[in-house]
Write a protein that binds this ligand. Structure first.
Ligand code: SF4
Length: 438
C-alpha cells in the first residue's frame, strides 16, 4: 500500500529458491519486508489494520507516508524536466547534455517490482507525480532544437512491458531525418530478468527484434540497458536464448544494478554476475549505490562497503569484465563514482570522480571527501582538507538558480503537427528465418 508490490509467475517459479526464503536474494528482491517501513510508519499502518480502519483511512495514511519518502530524488522534478515555450516537456528529463530520458506512459510499469525501486513513485503515486508522456510529439519537437543530444534513453518502469506496436509509435518518430543527431537509442529494461519471453516467445517478440534492427538500419546504435541484480537471473536457459536473439539484431546489452543489502551485497555475487555476463556476451556497465528514496534505509550499504565489494569483484574478472564502473551515486550534481580510499596530507579520504555532470566540465575531475565509514550518499560526505565545500557546489548553485533553462521560451521549428506514422512494414523473410525459434 505504501510501496508498490508486484511479482509474476516466472519470478516465483524460476528465480526464487523457496527453500532459502525469506533469506533468498531474489525473494528479498521482489517481496516486501517489514523493515522497508521506518518503525513509526510501520506501527501506524499495522495499528490502523489491527483496529479495523477503513480502506480510505489506510490509503490516506499510506499517501502521507509516501510524501516523506523523497519520491523523485536528485532534483528530478525541479532540475531535470526541460521547458519549452513556457511549459514543461511532458515525460522528458534532460540532465546531461548528450542524453535525454523519455518516459512513455504505457511503459511506467514492470513485470515485477524490485523492492528497492528508485522509481517506486511512478507506480505508487497519483498521476500528477509521475513522469509520463502519452505521445512522442513534444519529445521530437524538443530534440529538434537540441542538436547537442546524441542519445535517447526510453525508460520507465520498463518500456518493454509495452507491446511492440505501441513501442513502435514512440520509436519511429525518433528515426526522422530531422533527428539525425540522435546516434543511439537505449531501452532501460529488466525484462531479460523478469520476463525473458519478451524476446523469445511473446506473440510480438519477433517484431520487437525487427524494430531493433530497423533502428540500426538508420545508422543508429541500439543499447539495451539491462537491469540485472543477481547472477541467478541469468541462469534459466531461456535467458541465454533471449540474449542470443537480441544480439543477433546487432543490439548491445549493457548491464547495471545497485548493490543492495540482502540481494547482492557481496563480492561473490558480483564476481559471478560479471563473469557470467562476459560469457553470455553482455557488457557490465554500472554498479550503482541505492538511491536516497523509498526504502533506502533498509537496502543501503555504506559507500566504504560498496567500494570493497566493487574492488573485490573487479580484481577477480578479466579485462572484459572491467567495463563495469562503480560504485556510482546518481546524485543531484551528477553521477559520482567512489574510485578509492587514500591517505593524503595526513587525512584518510574518499577519492571521487564525476562520470556525468550537470556541468560537463566536471566529468573526470577527481575530488576528495573525508573518509566516513558510515556515509551512504553524497550529501553525507564532507570535503577533505578543511575545505568548506566541494569544487562543484558554487556552480551547482548557479545552475539551480537558472534552471530549468528551457523555461525561457525557445524558438521551435515548424511543429510536426502530424508525426510520420508507422511505416508500412514488409515482412522480411530473411529475418523471419533468422529469428525462427528452434
Ligand atoms: S526494474 Fe527498475 S523501474 Fe522496475 S521495479 Fe525494478 S528498479 Fe523499479
Amino acid at each position: 500500500m505504501v510501496l508498490p508490490f508486484r511479482v509474476n509467475e516466472y519470478v516465483i517459479r524460476e528465480l526464487i529458491d523457496w527453500s532459502a526464503a525469506p533469506n533468498d536474494p531474489i525473494y528479498n528482491l521482489v517481496f516486501p519486508q517489514p523493515g522497508m517501513l521506518l518503525p513509526g510508519h510501520l506501527s501506524r499502518i499495522t495499528g490502523l489494520i489491527s483496529t479495523g480502519s477503513s480502506e480510505a483511512e489506510l490509503k490516506r495514511a499510506a499517501r502521507e507516508i509516501q510524501l516523506t519518502l523523497n519520491a523523485h530524488p536528485a532534483g528530478q522534478k525541479e532540475l531535470n524536466v526541460p521547458w519549452m515555450d513556457g511549459r514543461p516537456v511532458q515525460g522528458v528529463q534532460h540532465k546531461y547534455r548528450e542524453t535525454v530520458l523519455f518516459f512513455p506512459a504505457a511503459g511506467q510499469s514492470c513485470h515485477s517490482y524490485c523492492m528497492y525501486c528508485f522509481r517506486w513513485a511512478q507506480f505508487a503515486r497519483p498521476d500528477r507525480f509521475r513522469f509520463e508522456a502519452h505521445q512522442p510529439i513534444a519529445l521530437v519537437q524538443y530534440l529538434q532544437v537540441h542538436p547537442e543530444v546524441s542519445s535517447v534513453l526510453i525508460t520507465g518502469g520498463d518500456p518493454l512491458v509495452m507491446s511492440t506496436e505501441v513501442l513502435r509509435q514512440f520509436v519511429e518518430p525518433l528515426l526522422d531525418p530531422s533527428l539525425n543527431h540522435i546516434q543511439s537509442i537505449r531501452f532501460g529494461t529488466k525484462s531479460l530478468s523478469y520476463w525473458p519471453h519478451r524476446f523469445v516467445s511473446d506473440s510480438d517478440a519477433d517484431d520487437l527484434l525487427m524494430l531493433f534492427e530497423e533502428i540500426q538500419a538508420t545508422g543508429r546504435h541500439v543499447a539495451l540497458m539491462a537491469h540485472v541484480s543477481h547472477p541467478r537471473e541469468l541462469e534459466p536457459p531461456i535467458v541465454a536464448e533471449a540474449i542470443r536473439r537480441i544480439r543477433g539484431t546487432g543490439a548491445v546489452i549493457r548491464t547495471q544494478s545497485p548493490v543492495v543489502r540482502g540481494v547482492n551485497d557481496g563480492v561473490g555475487p558480483w564476481t559471478t554476475l560479471w563473469k557470467t555476463q562476459v560469457r553470455l556476451g553482455l557488457v557490465p556497465y554500472y554498479m550503482f549505490v541505492a538511491r536516497d528514496t523509498g526504502a533506502q534505509h533498509h537496502f543501503k550499504i555504506s559507500l566504504a562497503e560498496a567500494l570493497e565489494i566493487f574492488s573485490g569483484a573487479y580484481r577477480q574478472v578479466s579485462g572484459l569484465g572491467r567495463t563495469a564502473r562503480g560504485p556510482v551515486m546518481s546524485a543531484t550534481p551528477g553521477k559520482v563514482a567512489v574510485t578509492g580510499v587514500s591517505r593524503m596530507k595526513g587525512e584518510e579520504v574518499f577519492v571521487l570522480s564525476f562520470l556525468q555532470g550537470r556541468d560537463p566540465s566536471w566529468v573526470g575531475q577527481p575530488f576528495f571527501a573525508r573518509f566516513d565509514p558510515d556515509a551512504a550518499w553524497l550529501d553525507e560526505l564532507r570535503p577533505a582538507f578543511g575545505d568548506s565545500e566541494f569544487f562543484f557546489e558554487a556552480r551547482l548553485r548557479e545552475i539551480k538558480a537558472t534552471l530549468p533553462a528551457g523555461r525561457s521560451p525557445q524558438s521551435v521549428p515548424p511543429l510536426l503537427r502530424t508525426l510520420p506514422g508507422p511505416k508500412p512494414r514488409t515482412p522480411n523473410p530473411a529475418w523471419r528465418r533468422k529469428l525462427r525459434k528452434s
